[in-house]
Design a protein around this ligand. Structure first.
Ligand SMILES: [Zn+2]
Length: 146
């Protein structure tokens, strides 16, 4: 295996929230996906929120810039988009009743936004839920009701 520092390609970009509470769960998820030492990480408050319902136009522009820049240097072919429940960056728009549906909607829209940036890049949406005292990562279905 080529030395890590000499590599100029990785398999994936992982987009997560910045929130400290989810780092261990996210790391376990990424390692279970066999992406250890093989992904770029973009961690921002609200994860994909800035792509689809940004708090400011600047947050969307800078996130797109960062995704394009990382792709230009590492040419990943997969993007894993990971939102989570109890996200404080969603305090103004999420309620306990709508939060899972809202994250699913944002993640689906983010898949389209990201896949539209590059040819041959495949994006997959995930949400981290909290159930029975543990974090559970679930893949979001491609369309509502699917
Ligand atoms: Zn969050």
């Amino acid at each position: 295996m080529q030395r890590l520092i000499d590599r100029n390609h990785c398999s994936a970009l992982v987009v997560t929230c910045s929130d400290f509470r989810f780092k261990s769960a996210e790391r376990a998820f990424v390692e279970a996906a066999r992406l250890a030492d093989d992904y770029d990480l973009l961690a921002r408050p609200g994860s994909v929120r800035s792509l689809v319902q940004p708090r400011s136009p600047a947050s969307r522009d800078s996130m797109l810039d960062e995704i394009r820049m990382l792709w230009s240097v590492h040419q990943f072919s997969r993007v894993l988009l990971v939102n989570h429940v109890s996200c404080r960056a969603y305090d103004d728009i999420a309620t306990p009743d709508n939060e899972l549906a809202l994250h699913a909607d944002h993640l689906r829209r983010a898949v389209s936004a990201v896949e539209g940036l590059f040819n041959g890049v495949n994006a997959d949406p995930y949400v981290i839920d909290y159930a029975a005292g543990d974090f559970v990562v679930t893949k979001i279905a491609a369309s509502e009701g699917a």
